[in-house]
Design a protein around this ligand. Sequence first.
Ligand code: ZN
Length: 310
Amino acid sequence: MLNAIEGIHHITSMARDAARTDAFHTKVLGLRRVKKTVNFDAPDVYHLYYANGSGQPGTVMTYFPFPNIIRGVRGAGEVSTTVFSVPEGSLGFWERHLADNGVTGIRRAEILGESRLYFDGVDGDGFALAEASGDAREPWTGAAVPAEHAIRGFRSATLLLRDSGGARELLALMGFRKTGSEGRRLRLERAGGNGADIVEIEADSAAAPARQGAGSVHHIAFAVADAAAQRSVREALVQEGFQITPVIDRDYFLSVYFRAPGGVLFEIATDEPGFARDEDLQHLGEALKLPRQHEHLRPYLERHLPAIGS
Ligand code: ZN
């Protein structure tokens, strides 16, 4: 059954500059780097993970920094905005904090009754902060952002699609129910999920297709507890006619991937085993961790991967 899906697990984007991306997420957004590893399929490229202190699913923003990639152009068929949850009354702090750090695209909006602060990431990534009450997730407090304003994790993700019908049906199958609408925007919510349990669909039949590049979301992953839950979700999706990959071991979770109607790449990832699998919780994200099959490349990678902050 697809009610095993708990909400968002992680969101993975592309970037151009590893060091700038790292500094932005740790120093400006105040997230913790919870893993420094490489892309399984292109081991000369980092895979960097930013999250709350424990790397809890639903808080995990990840990046592939490709040094020579061109900037993406926002459009239909992608996650257009990644929305982080902050406590009520925090947007004033964030507005000043982002401006003080030279962040562009800062603007306030009321969306479906929610106060948001939109802003651009390093490569024009579509980000927003939303005030949410009662988000009990523990923020990372080792950064420059005071705990009372710190990011709790994802609140939601917005999919920009030309036609919302197919994705809406899929998300309904995945346990997301409509809890609001405003103009061309729908809010779908997984009741009792992991806190990162809202997906919005913005339908725009005139939108040009997205051109993926730096600043684009590569895929959005949804969380299931374990391998058994993932198997049942995978089987149900196959029954529905989706072309879905076999289970792939990503070291910190197990993954399957498929293309959702409208073009967004979806992943289903397990909460197990998590980021403390190969390093102490106190030292997450400090050392370069390599997938076993790429361990022999360590001397080369340690020389050639760009330096990023400690
Ligand atoms: Zn992923």
